[in-house]
Design a protein around this ligand. Structure first.
Ligand SMILES: NC(=O)c1ccc[n+]([C@@H]2O[C@H](COP(=O)([O-])OP(=O)(O)OC[C@H]3O[C@@H](n4cnc5c(N)ncnc54)[C@H](OP(=O)(O)O)[C@@H]3O)[C@@H](O)[C@H]2O)c1
Length: 219
């Protein structure tokens, strides 16, 4: 297995890279600026420069990767097209190139509540709408996928247990990015994670379960 990580310099993406490397999975990290990326990514990661909005830059950089994890995201800004471009068009570009390159598993970091149009997060230029459309594009692509919908992301890890449920059943809560990264990387080796949407949060009062159990409990 060789993993291609889009959004590798991001707060979640860099943790995905670390999780992959900790499991001895070779990583090709898509970055927009190699010099900046070197400061945040482990030396073991191979850095390749590209932009999800420039599909012509993606085919070559995907190289011999066999799985793809996408943790890109639009930064809050006054550009109303930001989430549309990054979360939808950028993801579609990655899906298209993943298909041509025969990628075996596509993991996408989405969000809780993508099915809710009247959600306050949609005040950020309809971000949940575009994420939902990206999810549907992945689902229709024919690729094997796992769509991971986390609650509010936190940088600090904790000892809370991961709660994992089916699509459109969790509506609030938060989760450390480290745990999101673990779920993404685990999904690559868990047969029960294939072609599923999983919603995740972390709760101190929840019972800790193995990743096998967590994925198997999701319809
Ligand atoms: N914040 C929350 O509470 C929350 C909750 C649920 C879900 N989510 C979602 O979770 C995902 C990860 O969030 P995060 O806060 O960890 O991400 P983040 O730190 O904002 O990182 C975003 C990443 O996307 C990359 N990126 C942006 N535009 C790109 C482009 N055109 N081409 C290539 N890469 C590009 C950035 O690269 P640069 O470093 O070059 O800018 C960065 O690596 C996002 O999709 C977010 O919407 C967030």
């Amino acid at each position: 297995m060789k993993a291609f990580v889009a959004g590798a310099t991001g707060e979640t993406g860099r943790r995905i890279v670390q999780e992959l490397i900790a499991r001895n999975i070779p990583v090709r990290a898509l970055v927009r600026d190699v010099e900046t990326a070197r400061a945040v990514l482990p030396a073991e990661a191979e850095l390749v420069e590209g932009d999800v909005l420039k599909p012509e830059s993606l085919t070559a950089v995907l190289g011999d990767s066999t799985v793809l994890l996408c943790a890109t995201g639009a930064k809050p800004s006054f550009d109303p097209t930001g989430p549309y471009k990054i979360d939808l068009e950028g993801t579609k570009n990655l899906v298209d190139v993943a298909k041509t390159k025969g990628i075996e598993h596509f993991v996408f970091v989405s969000s809780l509540c993508t099915s809710q149009l009247f959600h306050p997060l949609n005040l950020f230029w309809l971000i949940l709408v575009w994420k939902k459309q990206a999810e549907e594009y992945i689902q229709k692509s024919g690729l094997t996928y796992t769509i991971v919908r986390p609650g509010g992301l936190k940088n600090e890890d904790n000892t809370d247990a991961i709660v994992m449920q089916s699509a459109d059943t969790l509506f609030d809560g938060s989760i450390p990015r480290q745990k999101v990264a673990q779920v993404c990387v685990e999904s690559l080796s868990q047969p029960a994670a294939r072609n599923k949407i999983v919603e995740i949060v972390a709760k101190s009062e929840a019972t800790s379960k193995s990743f096998g159990e967590l994925f198997a409990n999701v319809a």
